[in-house]
Design a protein around this ligand. Sequence first.
Ligand code: DGY
Length: 320
Amino acid sequence: MSKPTVFVTRKLPDDVEARLSQNYDVRLNTSDKIYTQDEILKLSQGAVAIIPCHTEKMDAALIQQLPDSVKALCCFSVGYDHIDIQAAKAKGIQVTNTPNVLNDATAEIAMLLLLGAARREYEGETQIRTDSWADWGATFQLGKQVSGGKLGILGMGRVGQIMARRARGFDMEIHYYNRSRLTPDLEMGATYHDNIESLFPHCDFLSIHCPATPDTHHIINKESIALLPDNAVLVNTARGAVINDDDLISALKSGKLFSAGLDVFNDEPNIDPRYKQLENTFLLPHIGSATLKTRNEMGFRAIDNLDAIIANKPPKDKLV
Ligand code: DGY
């Protein structure tokens, strides 16, 4: 019997591609080029499922044009803001994501950004690399101390909870906003705020872990930034869409914010060039989940979901 065809939009780790090839006739993307929507439609012909990454924007217009053979979009990502899931549902296409497996890796990058932004990593490293470091000085390169500071977490889901755990290692006082309050065993002493107006004044450091939805679009804007204490540090490992770039850049320029650590941006990879001109930014290229262990686990999770759908069973991470 012939194997079902699966179209994989990007190059995935070798072990993931090998496991896929065992049970499927796989259309791999060996050159890892980013396909246009036309190419996606072409490569989807005859496929029973697509494994897209967040780099493929699958809007309603694209989904409506997918061939009827496509029954599943098994995302290689926890975020699914790149998929119009209602359009998929309307076309009878199941959509899954890969929650949980990237929590530790993403929280690591959030902590790296928090430390790097607070301790002015970019400026320090630049001086070393450009041979412009004059010498040690008692008032040279003074950063903002993380230990014992107050950390606000916007979105206390799986990644946010691990970030809180890591931050407790730095004796940070944790505050959070989430749509629903966590149970005491998960809250672990963190202070719950039922709106961001109450949370933000407590955030010497703010780490964003909420998904990109219409409700969170540009949730970081002039008004919300004004609620933060002066000299706060902002960290984003969620999605660029939660930030109004003009407003964040103004706050970084004016000194209202001490610094920002950003791993995700609007319009990646063509990010607002003003971020690169600022010295008080610590910037990474969307590598929150970029460890081999995590990328393998994301791939295996996507395949588990695919296998279930092909076997007519409910996939573990069904979105629609
Ligand atoms: C995710 O899984 O959502 C990461 O941002 C990578 O796409």
